[in-house]
Structure formats: structure tokens, C-alpha cells
Design a binder for this molecule. Structure first.
Ligand SMILES: [Cu+2]
Length: 247
């Protein structure tokens, strides 16, 4: 219990700014542009650390028949960042997601036993794997026939937190394999990202006023103050050891 809690806190901290961004974006998926133009801007300034775009969380407001996810490597000063953009995308049952490579070399690979991974996708679904996408504009698509939450990752960059999620239909999150267990054997960066993705799934599907959401918000704040420095270091280490292995 104690350990769990600690992990969870670290995890929340590690991805604090992102989570906030995600939640903020999903808070007002419909009426956000007209209501608070100035406030909105102030908000993103607060989390400038994570860069330019809001990662399209605002667009996740409803399921669609087709969705596109951009896959890229971005330079942010000395750091290299790897992204599925948006991190969480939402399609109808029977809907299709198309991944388009913008830069770098990446895969979109389901957390599925068929890909030698723990199952973080619904039971009874097939394994899918784009294999390496390395030419700009190259695409991979998958059609999702089964309602549920699907976590997936990039093969070369999983351990740097290059993970993302497809939500299909309107699943009951309490019954989703993907949200039931964060695999203990995964490194912290991966577990942290999974926790973050789970939070975003809840914020999208539970609505903004659930008790859960408020509770996490508090934890996160409290937490922010204590460990920021430590995390900063970790991040640096990460990115610099990374730079050599890519592109
Ligand atoms: Cu990648």
C-alpha cells in the first residue's frame, strides 16, 4: 500500500504538467474557446515546460469514425522529445485510426501478448503493430471493432515514455484491462505514462466533475513542490543519453 502510494505520487509528479494540460483541455471540450480566451492562454504559460502545442486534447471531446495521430521526434532545446499527438484519441466502434509519421523512426504497437507485452488492450482483440515507420508521411492504420481502451507504445522509445491510447466507443473504465493494472515490471517512465494516460481516460469518459478528478488535482499540487528538482535531473539524464540513439 505504502509503496503503491509512493509510486503513484512520483508518477503523478513526473508527468504533472502534462496531466494538468490534459485535464484542462478536457475540462471544457465544447465551449472552451469563447469562454476564456485570456485565461486559457495564462494556463498554457504555466506549463510552458512541455512545449508548444496542447497536444490536441481539446479535439478528443467526442468519438469519431476516423482519427489521425501524428508521430514525431521533436527537438526542444537540447532535449529530444517523442510524441504521439494526441496522446489519447477517441473513435467509434468500428472506427479507424491512422498514424502518420512526421519525423524520426517510430512504431505504434499495441500492448498485447502477441507483441510480447502485457495486455493493456481488451480481451479477444488482435495484436497490431505498425512496425518501423521511418519515411516522412508514411502511415499505418488500424480499425477497432471492439469497444474498450487500448494502450500502445513506440518500440524504440517506450522507455522514454512514448506511449499513447486509443479509446473505442464508450467503455466502462472499471472493466478495462488497460486500466486495471500498471505492470510492475515496467520502468518508472513507462508506468508513469500509463498512469497519466489512465487519468486522461477518466477525465474524458467520467466528465470533469467526478470526485476522482478533484482528488488527484490536490495530490498533484501538494506533490509538485517536493520533487521537482529530482525529476528535472532525471529528465536531463534521459534526454542526453537518448540523443545518440535516434534518428
Ligand atoms: Cu518513437
Amino acid at each position: 500500500m505504502e509503496t503503491n502510494r509512493l509510486t503513484r505520487r512520483r508518477v503523478l509528479q513526473g508527468s504533472g504538467s502534462l496531466t494538468l494540460l490534459g485535464l484542462a483541455g478536457c475540462d471544457a471540450p465544447t465551449g472552451q474557446p469563447t469562454d476564456e480566451p485570456a485565461g486559457g492562454e495564462g494556463h498554457s504559460d504555466d506549463h510552458a515546460g512541455h512545449g508548444d502545442s496542447p497536444h490536441g486534447h481539446e479535439q478528443v471531446g467526442e468519438p469519431k469514425a476516423t482519427r489521425e495521430v501524428l508521430v514525431n521526434t521533436a527537438r526542444n532545446g537540447d532535449n529530444t522529445e517523442y510524441h504521439f499527438d494526441p496522446h489519447v484519441t477517441w473513435v467509434d466502434v468500428g472506427g479507424t485510426v491512422t498514424w502518420t509519421l512526421e519525423s524520426g523512426s517510430h512504431t505504434a504497437t499495441a500492448y498485447h501478448p502477441g507483441n510480447d507485452q502485457p495486455r493493456l488492450v481488451p480481451e479477444g482483440t488482435d495484436a497490431w503493430d505498425s512496425e518501423m515507420l521511418s519515411e516522412e508521411g508514411e502511415t499505418f492504420e488500424h480499425t477497432f471493432e471492439t469497444e474498450g481502451v487500448y494502450h500502445y507504445y513506440c518500440e524504440p522509445h517506450e522507455t522514454f515514455g512514448m506511449l499513447a491510447t486509443v479509446i473505442v466507443g464508450d467503455p466502462d473504465l472499471d472493466e478495462q484491462t488497460a486500466l486495471q493494472r500498471v505492470p510492475e515490471e515496467k520502468p518508472e517512465e513507462v508506468r508513469g505514462k500509463l498512469e497519466e494516460l489512465n487519468e486522461i481516460c477518466h477525465s474524458i469518459l467520467d466528465g470533469p466533475h467526478e470526485e476522482e478528478t478533484t482528488e488527484h488535482g490536490d495530490e498533484e499540487q501538494e506533490h509538485h513542490e517536493t520533487e521537482t528538482a529530482e525529476h528535472g535531473d532525471e529528465e536531463e539524464k534521459h534526454h542526453s543519453s537518448q540523443t545518440t540513439t535516434t534518428s
